[in-house]
Design a protein around this ligand. Structure first.
Ligand code: BGC
Length: 349
């Protein structure tokens, strides 16, 4: 294993953004940027031995700052949506930035994804990124000491460990927003990828994509991915939930959640022969099929069209701070939030 640091670009205020490259002995690589602790590239051999970068992203700092749909970014302190951009702790209401339609708070207003994180090489296979978010940032209580470590292995496993400690009671729900295309970032849509998600239930949302509080059974619905199914098979089916979100963009409640790290999702493409296995210790995953991508140019000026990448954002359920019936992501002052997600890429058998 080896780690290398290269300059990636410059922030508007002149600070340098670095790219850390973790490589294994098969010359497969993971690239992470200090900007947003962003997973920039995941490069592996496909079934024909061609090096394939399976992540959507951009080539410049300017593009990340101006055009991003959170490609590869670390998101926090609370990812996904919070209804009415507010929550309460001990009877005190906290008003958050309403960055979506002036009503809801999406990805906490985005700061974590677009600031420069400090980086420290821990080992030849591990880099740690850290960021202290100030009390009151976008309305969230607590000065929060965040760290995300990325470890890459000889088996093409990318192990992501999240840690956060706040000096005030708060909510923490960190995730990564990588968009995968197992045929390569420049290879069209992901509709012919198959995916399997170990989830009997999915979180119902309203027209603003805010959970209603109900988790419905996937039995007999287009949301049943318990056996591998092509993403494109039902994505445009006449279904109220899909209509609200323009395609799959829902939280899947992972079966038998017990806070241990478990493999719960696999995705596969026949074209490249690549398979993605996702392990997490979290209770949910937002399966987002890239429905809102609009053809903005990314890496090598290739357009990222609608559904050219899919995200598997492991997390506590959306709007958890306002839903006492969901597993809680409440974090007491001084207590450490920890969680782990692994993205592993193998050749399909
Ligand atoms: C959401 C999508 C949103 C995307 C980019 C995902 O987490 O589920 O609705 O378009 O983030 O912000």
């Amino acid at each position: 294993m080896s780690v290398e640091r290269k300059e990636f670009g410059t922030m508007p205020d002149g600070r340098t953004v670095y790219r850390y490259i973790l490589s294994n002995s098969s010359e497969n690589e993971v690239h992470i940027l200090t900007l947003g602790a962003t997973l920039h590239s995941f490069i592996v051999d496909d079934k024909n031995g061609n090096k394939t970068d399976v992540l959507l992203g951009f080539d410049t700092v300017e593009d990340y700052l101006e055009k991003s749909d959170y490609q590869g970014a670390t998101v926090g302190p609370v990812c996904n949506r919070i209804g009415n951009a507010a929550f309460s702790i001990d009877g005190v209401e906290y008003k958050l930035t309403a960055n979506e339609k002036d009503v809801t708070c999406l990805h906490s207003g985005g700061e974590y994804s677009f600031v420069v994180w400090n980086a420290m090489v821990i080992d030849s296979d591990t880099v740690e990124f850290s960021y202290i978010s100030p009390d009151g940032l976008n309305g969230f209580p607590g000065t929060i000491n965040n760290s995300v470590t990325f470890k890459f292995t000889e088996e093409n496993k990318l192990v992501i460990k999240y840690s956060a400690v706040s000096d005030k009671d708060t909510f923490i729900n960190l995730t990564n927003h990588a968009y995968f295309n197992l045929n390569g970032f420049d290879s069209g849509d992901i509709l012919s990828h198959s995916i399997m998600i170990d989830a009997d239930k999915v979180t119902a949302v309203d027209t603003m994509s805010i959970p209603t509080g109900e988790n419905f059974s996937v039995d007999g619905t287009v949301f049943d991915f318990r056996q591998p199914k092509l993403i494109g098979k039902d994505i445009d089916a006449d279904n109220e939930q899909l209509g609200f979100t323009g395609g799959f963009d829902h939280n899947f409640c992972i079966n038998n959640w017990d806070k241990t790290l478990r493999k719960c999702i696999t995705a596969e493409s026949d074209v490249s022969g690549l398979k993605l296995n996702v392990y997490t210790d979290l209770p949910g995953v937002q399966f987002y099929a890239g429905n809102f991508l609009k053809g903005i140019c990314g890496k090598e000026q290739k357009p990222m069209n609608k559904r050219s990448g899919f995200c598997l954002e492991t997390q506590y359920y959306p709007d958890t701070p306002n839903k006492s019936e969901f597993p809680s992501c409440f974090c007491k002052a001084g207590e450490e939030f920890v969680s782990q997600t692994v993205y592993e890429i193998t050749l399909a058998e």
